[in-house]
Design a protein around this ligand. Structure first.
Ligand SMILES: [Mn+2]
Length: 273
């Protein structure tokens, strides 16, 4: 998983849903014996806020959600054969759930990608908040191309998910699996995932806190220094994946964009008051 926000330790975690998701997901991975990484990716800081991620080959700003592509490429580079991506607003819900039935799909060598159907939003698309990919040249090239190609969803909902769906669902059906199980609300006590979507964001903290009460475990994140990686610069990874230098005009565009974002944030705050 990953986010530009830090994992907050102690009781401060109760006010930070990525921190609660960290702890739920860390516990799950510990239980099933999967390596667990939280990429706290870095963006250039300015006095008014941070710059947004940017694809220099596409010449486009990229919404935060897109950075998962870089984080997965990083996990590939670390040598993992299979990489599981889970959003910071998504948790492994029932830790006793049977994941063998899911990972077994990858016993078929032609299967490269697995995700959850995006119900109730779309029945024929998957939700990029959770997916498993195989580290192959094919997948690596797909992610590299997605990052580098201009996209009408660079800043438009549902971002990289729209592009990923276009590419993956065009493959022969033998190469990917879409699992039709609940994810966006609790329908079964033994469901594998719980993902609190952005329209429902106010529910993230209460839902995740409830998970700890229900499972009678402490919510304070453990072993943060072991699992949170703060050395992933989104710009450095863009440079590596784009294999291009940032033009002076794009550099200026980024600065102006971030100032406009800061003003927008300020205006929103004023309206709220
Ligand atoms: Mn999400």
């Amino acid at each position: 998983m990953g986010d530009d926000r830090p994992v907050r330790e102690g009781v401060a975690a109760l006010e930070s849903y990525p921190s609660l998701a960290y702890e739920v997901n860390r516990r799950f991975c510990d239980r099933v014996g999967w390596d667990f990484r939280y990429e706290q990716y870095q963006l250039p800081q300015r006095p008014w806020g941070s710059l947004s991620a940017f694809s220099r080959s596409a010449g486009q700003h990229r919404a935060a959600s897109w950075v998962k592509i870089l984080a997965v490429l990083r996990a590939f580079e670390l040598g993992y054969d299979l990489v599981v991506w889970i959003d910071s607003d998504c948790i492994f819900y029932d830790h006793q759930a049977d994941w063998e039935s899911i990972t077994r799909h990858f016993d078929a060598p032609e299967v490269n990608f697995l995700s959850w159907v995006d119900r109730p939003f779309y029945a024929d698309q998957f939700c990029a908040g959770f997916f498993i990919v195989r580290n192959t040249d094919h997948i690596k090239a797909m992610f590299t191309d997605l990052w580098n190609r201009p996209s009408e969803y660079s800043w438009k909902h549902v971002y990289e998910q729209s592009e990923l769906n276009k590419v993956v669902t065009a493959w022969p059906t033998s190469q990917f699996r879409l699992i039709d199980e609940p994810m966006f609300r609790i329908e079964d006590s033994d469901q594998k995932l719980l993902h609190i979507a952005s329209f429902d964001h106010a529910n993230r903290l209460p839902s995740f806190r409830e998970w700890f009460e229900r499972n009678r475990v402490a919510p304070e994140p453990q072993r943060v220094s072991q699992h949170v990686h703060t050395d992933m610069s989104a710009d450095q990874w863009d440079q590596q994946v784009s294999n291009a230098t940032l033009s002076a005009s794009d550099q200026i565009r980024r600065e102006i964009w971030s100032i406009r974002q800061a003003i927008r944030r300020q205006l929103k705050r004023m309206v709220k008051r």
